[in-house]
Design a protein around this ligand. Structure first.
Ligand code: TXA
Ligand code: MG
Length: 344
């Protein structure tokens, strides 16, 4: 099967919607990352997602909707806090874990009695859901373990020959996957995965935001987790990634002392001029929105460098920076070297 990459014309969106109605999978753009979509009501179609990605069966999928009416086909109930958050942040990069409707098969939720739901804002994703007239189960459209795709080309590179079509909506606006939250009975929320809807934004809408352990710490073997995704290795380039927590001068000095012919660096834009090792950049230090947008492309580029070790700059973990830091931590297998001289 040769994978077709299609511009999102009305005709091509209808074609993709027909594929979905025939039980096929389709790569689609969203404002966060590209998704690999299938009919969320069709267990067989959903199985094809897992096969195409090589995704572990125990990792449940997010179901995408295009309206609050369609939410009723997906979730069994909508707690008051969820309605408030939906009003404020949907459509957009927020995923909520809700009690599941019985129409959603176990293949989508990995047998859990909850379902992750997101109402994306990308107009191509919305048009595809509307035209196919079904909720779409869609994980990120990468091979399992690789960085999530932020362009149609990334999807093509990972999944060519495994899926019939990709709608090409250009580069994704956020570049990191959605924020995932659990709703607690006391109307607080638990953050399972940081994203474009930040902790600070959630705090404006709910009394308390708890940050799950798994956001900043490696889950130990045998430990119970609230989100199966926390167990799986993620975004890992072939090279060993190490985050250096320090200012740039200390970073540059560390590299001057420790670099050999097999060392590279992942740095903020402009810093590469001061380093003598091969570098990949991911946005200026003061521009976290751009860092988010570029990080996954940068991690893919790191794989092309042919180095053994990559030293990475530490992003500022405030706002969307928490999501950037979380993805980089996972790419680094949680390996952070804290060097003195942070504010040099
Ligand atoms: O931005 C996004 O969320 C993208 C685009 C395509 O919408 N999708 C995405 O899906 O990132 P995926 O499958 O790569 O990540 C889904 C995450 C996983 O960590 C999974 O474990 C968690 O959501 N998840 C899904 N259903 C869950 C559930 N019922 N309970 C807890 N966690 C769940
Ligand atoms: Mg993913």
């Amino acid at each position: 099967m040769e994978t077709r990459v299609l511009l999102p014309t009305e005709e091509n969106i209808s074609f993709a919607a027909r594929l979905l109605n025939d039980g096929e999978v389709v790569g689609m753009p969203t404002e966060t990352v590209y998704g690999l979509a299938a009919n969320a009501f069709d267990g067989n179609a959903v199985e094809k997602i897992f096969r195409a990605k090589g995704r572990p069966q125990d990792n449940p999928l997010i179901v995408h909707i295009d309206s609050m009416e369609r939410l009723e086909q997906v979730a069994a109930e909508m707690p008051e806090t969820a309605s408030r958050l939906a009003e404020r942040f949907w459509p957009g990069p927020l995923t909520m874990i809700l009690p599941k409707n019985s129409r959603i098969p176990a293949a989508v939720t990995a047998g859990l009695d909850t379902v992750a739901v997101r109402f994306p804002s990308h107009k191509v994703a919305l048009a595809l859901i509307r035209e196919a007239d079904m909720p779409l189960a869609a994980p990120s459209a990468n091979l399992s373990g690789s960085p999530s795709p932020t362009t149609a080309n990334h999807v093509y590179n990972d999944l060519n020959g495994r899926i019939p079509a990709i709608l090409d909506g250009g580069a994704c606006e956020y570049g990191l996957e959605s924020t995932v939250i659990l709703l607690n009975r006391d109307s607080s929320v638990t953050l399972l995965r940081p994203g474009g809807v930040t902790v600070e934004m959630l705090e404006q809408a709910v009394p308390q935001v708890r940050i799950d352990q798994g956001v900043l710490h490696a889950v130990q073997e045998g430990e119970a987790v609230l989100s199966p995704g926390l167990l799986h290795k993620h975004y890992s380039p072939r090279a060993n990634v190490v985050i250096l927590d320090c200012g740039f001068e200390v970073f540059a000095e560390f590299l001057a002392q420790h670099a050999d012919g097999k060392t590279g660096a992942l740095v903020f834009e402009g810093e590469e001029r001061f380093l003598s090792v091969p570098c990949v950049t991911f946005g200026r230090e003061e521009d976290p929105m751009i860092q988010a947008r570029l990080l996954f492309s940068a991690l893919r580029a790191v794989d092309e460098m042919g180095v053994d070790t990559i030293y990475a700059r530490m992003p500022n973990p405030d706002g969307i920076g928490l999501a950037i830091y979380n993805r980089l931590l996972r790419a680094a297998g949680f390996e952070v070297l804290r060097l003195p001289g942070k504010n040099v």
